[in-house]
Design a binder for this molecule. Structure first.
Ligand code: PGA
Length: 260
């Protein structure tokens, strides 16, 4: 099982970028720079990179994971990948329910719920993404959307197995658009998520769940989110592809560690 977070959790989501040689070059340059940091650093990489990068990251604080998986343990599902295959390759966590999966690949809350169950069963830390569209926000429904996503994605799961859950609030309108949510909106939504998690998991467990903000985070706006009481880290897309920007944001996160 992956270690508890030390300080803020910074997750880079590489999406469909970087070949194995490109990824190795990045990680070889990254690990010496994060040797003594007080944040936790994760990279969600393409499936093809998981094995090589998890070997490369051994002995360093860097944790390697996946961006998606199937809910079945194995079977005739052409093109899919199982949780235990990811574990075997060296993944320690998996992003589930990213809005690109929901929107482009029609994943619904019930499917994501089955994936979370499988991930925890196989010892992968689940990073659940939730977020409303602009239309839903404009209609005043942002909180209702988040509530439904959280309740349905976490339905019928033993709260004990969710102690290492990560929830990332990522409004769809902020992802890859340069229109990030304000720190105040991100805080309001993550405070709401923590209250919901308290109802599902107990307020004691919810207090320690790692909550992230994601959506057009860059080195200039990162600190504003990390200063918020209910935000324990960031999920970075574009900003994690550049070594310089990624390290800059990690360094910022080390300066804004909150009291436990
Ligand atoms: P972005 O992506 O940082 O490029 O907006 C965030 C995400 O996909 O989680």
């Amino acid at each position: 099982m992956v270690k508890a977070d030390s300080g803020n959790l910074i997750i880079g989501n590489w999406k469909m970028y970087k070949t194995v040689p490109e990824a190795l070059e990045f990680v070889k340059l990254l690990t010496p720079q994060i040797k003594d940091i007080s944040s936790s650093v994760y990279l969600a990489v393409p499936f093809t990179c998981i094995h090589a990068l998890s070997k490369e990251a051994q002995g360093s604080p860097l944790v390697i994971g996946a961006q998606n998986m199937n809910d079945a343990s194995e079977g005739a599902f052409t093109g899919e990948i199982a949780a235990r295959m990811l574990r075997e390759a060296g993944a320690q966590f998996v992003i589930l329910g990213h809005s690109e999966r929901r929107r482009l690949f029609h994943e619904d809350n019930a499917f994501i719920n089955r994936k979370i169950k499988r991930a925890v069963q196989e010892g992968l830390r689940p990073v659940l993404c939730v977020g409303e569209s602009m239309g839903e926000r404009d209609a005043g429904n942002a909180k209702d959307v988040i509530k439904t996503q959280i309740n349905e994605c976490l339905a019928d799961i033993d709260p004990k197995s969710l102690a290492t859950l990560v929830v990332s609030y990522e409004p769809v309108w902020a992802i890859g658009t340069n229109h990030s949510a304000s720190p105040e909106v991100a805080q309001e939504m993550q405070h709401f998520c923590r209250e919901l998690l308290g109802e599902i998991l107990s307020s004691k467990v919810a207090k320690n769940i790692t909550l992230l903000y994601g959506g057009s985070v860059n080195s200039k706006n990162a600190a504003g989110y990390l200063d918020q009481p209910d935000i324990n880290g960031l999920l970075l897309g574009g900003a994690s592809l550049s070594l310089e920007t990624f390290v800059e944001i990690i360094n910022t996160s080390c300066k804004t560690t909150k009291e436990a």
